[in-house]
Structure formats: C-alpha cells, structure tokens
Design a protein around this ligand. Structure first.
Ligand code: GDP
Length: 365
C-alpha cells in the first residue's frame, strides 16, 4: 500500500485531537465546604468574638495583622465595636533575654492561673523585634508552651511578623482589645529583652515583669538601666538545684541596685523574687505580687492613670505611624528623596537643606 505521505493531500503538520488535561484542582473539592474560606460580616465577627469563639477571634486578629487596605478597614470596624467590651483584663508584660526561660515560665504561670482560678481565661501575645529582620517569629510559639497550648482557656498568638516595631506593637495592642472582648481577663505579652520592644510592651501593660538569671556576681552588667527602671517586679528564674545559692546572691544584688533608684511614679517599690519556671516553684508568690500591685495601684489611682497615659501615648504613636507611612509612600516624596540623597552623598547640599526640600515637596510650603 502507498505510504500516506505520498498522497498530495497529506499535510505533515496536523493537529491531533489529543487528550484533554486533567483539571488542576479536583472538581469534587469545591463541594467540600471546609475548603471554601467563608467570609464573615463585621457583625458576625463581633458576635463571635463576644461569644468567645476562638476561630473567629483568630481570624479577626489575622485581619488586624494584615497590611491589605480592605482587611485593615474591616479590622478597624471590628475593633471599634469591641472597644466597649474591652479594658477589663489584667495585662502583664514579660521580658527577658533569649534563654531566660520566658516560654517555660509562661507555661507555668499560665497553668497555675488556670488551675487556681477556673474562671480565668488567659491570652498570650508576643512582640518580637526579630521578626522585622528575619520575617520569622521566635516568640509566642505554641510549641514552646506545651501545656498551655492545649489548655481550654488559653489563647496563644505569635507576634505579628510584618512591619516596623511600632506597627507590630500597635497590632498587638489592637489584639488585646479583641481578646478582652472575647472574655480573656488575663493577658501576658511576651517580648525578648534585647532592644526597643520593652518600651513598646511597657506602654500597653499594667504590670511589667523582668526575668533575670543568676550569673557570676556581675549580673547587673549588661542590663540597661532603663529596663530596670521600667520593671514593677524582677523575677530570678532557674532558682533550683545547684543554682539556688547563686540565685539568692543575685536577688540581693538586684535588691541593692533597686534601692539606688528613686521610687517610681506608682509609689510601688519593685520586688525581687526567686522562682523556677521549670519546677514550678515560687509561681504563687509571683502572682500574689501582681495581685498586691493591682490592689495597691487601684487604691492610689495609679492603675487608671497609667492606662490613660497609655491611651494618649498610642494616639500619638498611631498619628506618627500614619504620617510617616503616608509621607514615605508619596511618589513625589520618593523621587525627591532619591534626588536629595544623591546630592547629599555628593556633598552638593547639606542634610538639613535636603530634608527641608523633601518636606516642602509634601507640605507644599
Ligand atoms: P526563652 O528563650 O526565654 O523562652 O527560654 P526557654 O523557656 O526556652 O528556656 C531556655 C532553657 O532554659 C530551656 O532549656 C529550659 O528548659 C531551661 N529552663 C527554663 N526554666 C528553667 C528553670 O526554672 N530551671 C532550669 N534549671 N532550667 C530552666
């Protein structure tokens, strides 16, 4: 038989019908409700949060943390509606260098609280300055708090990871409001004690705890004076086994050092206590100290005064943050900044003139 290619009607190039591709997504999947992310209205979020629904609370926190404009505006509406139900928790800040035992301690503090006060609900939030650089979070991770992460009345949320420290801290402060509306009456905010983040945490808590470790007698070295001045209580961890004597020595050192500071505005003299987060000793004394402080500052009016000052601080912080972001995202400013930066680097104009030029672009003076 003649070869088909010899036929003059034969086309070497032809399109075969072929087989159709398998769909990328299993068509049956779309029938599964759980694979569809349901979107909620602001009122649904608020109702869920007020009922203590953890899933809705988590999703609302995700909106707070999102940098998308539409998420932000929904988040702000939710926050506003939750605001009247907030404010009734005790907010405790906890800071310490990596390895000081923050997660071990929070696990123990939290379990103590939940076991002894069955009506309490505890939220653990974090402000992690490392996230700005690494985009990862080293704090507030559920796996670091083994018992608390499976406890019924505990809500653990890692640090928001995007943005500047100011932005991250603002998001945490907004998350506090949502947690309070969801009935969390104890809130621990953890931060790693290495930089500016302590100031941010201090500006949103009622009681600020500093975790220290016993060292070789020179433990006061390397601790910034500012951080010690912020502390309402210093707690020395790992006061167990062979370490106990050293811990006692450190306690004496810290007590002496605190005597050198003037009495804080609260009128409360910060205490120095020993404990072991790992073995769970000394935990009751720490919560008793926090309770004493709350009673003391409620009586002398400082508790409310501090909260008011914090609200004022956050108003200004938010203004500063918004101004900065509007300014730096303005296209005219961005191009003028480039020009001026070039001129400054080539010694053509001074930094001050350059700054004035860029500012004038925005404020059109
Ligand atoms: P973080 O980085 O501050 O959160 O510290 P971790 O809680 O992860 O603790 C760091 C290390 O110290 C871990 O190996 C803990 O087991 C250990 N540790 C924490 N608390 C205690 C304690 O009370 N006693 C002893 N001996 N070790 C502890």
């Amino acid at each position: 038989m003649e070869h088909p290619e010899n036929d003059h009607e034969f086309h070497a190039l032809q399109v075969n019908e072929g087989t159709s591709d398998k769909p990328m997504i299993n068509p049956y999947m779309k029938d599964f409700k759980r694979f569809k992310k349901k979107t909620y209205t602001v009122n649904e979020y608020v109702e869920g949060i007020l009922k203590g629904n953890i899933s809705l609370l988590s999703q609302a926190v995700t909106l707070v943390e999102s940098s998308k404009y539409e998420h932000q505006s929904t988040a702000q509406e939710i926050i506003e509606k939750c605001l009247p139900y907030s404010g009734n928790s005790l907010r405790v800040g906890l800071t310490g260098v990596p390895g000081a035992g923050k997660s071990t301690s929070i696990d123990s503090f939290g379990m103590y609280l939940l076991e002894n006060k069955p009506n309490d609900k505890l939220a653990v939030l974090a402000i992690d300055p490392s996230s700005e650089v690494s985009k990862g979070s080293i704090l507030g991770d559920k796996t670091r708090m083994e018992r608390l992460s499976v406890a019924k009345n505990a809500f653990i949320r890692p640090s928001p990871s995007a943005g500047s420290l100011g932005g991250v801290a603002r998001k945490t402060r907004e998350t506090i409001i949502l947690c309070e509306a969801a009935g969390y009456n104890k809130i621990i905010i953890e931060t790693v004690g290495v930089g500016q983040s302590e100031t941010a945490v201090h500006s949103m808590v009622d009681f600020f705890l500093l975790i220290q470790l016993a060292g070789t007698g020179d433990e006061l070295q390397g601790i910034k004076r500012g951080i010690m001045e912020m502390a309402d209580g210093i707690i020395i961890n790992k006061a167990d086994g062979d370490n106990l004597e050293k811990a006692k020595l450190a306690q004496a050192h810290f007590r002496n050092a605190l005597h050198l500071f003037p009495l804080p505005e609260s009128g409360w003299s910060p205490k120095v206590l020993l404990y072991s987060g790992y073995y769970g000793t000394g935990i009751k004394e720490i919560w008793d100290m926090v309770d004493d402080y709350v009673n003391f500052t409620h009586k002398n009016g400082y508790f409310n005064h501090r909260r008011n000052e914090q609200s004022k601080y956050w108003m200004y912080e938010t203004i500063n943050e918004q101004l900065k972001s509007k300014f730096y995202n303005n296209p005219e400013v961005q191009s003028e900044l480039k020009n001026c930066e070039y001129q400054v680097l080539n010694s053509q104009i001074s930094s001050f003139i350059a700054a004035k030029k860029v500012l004038n672009t925005y404020f059109k003076e």
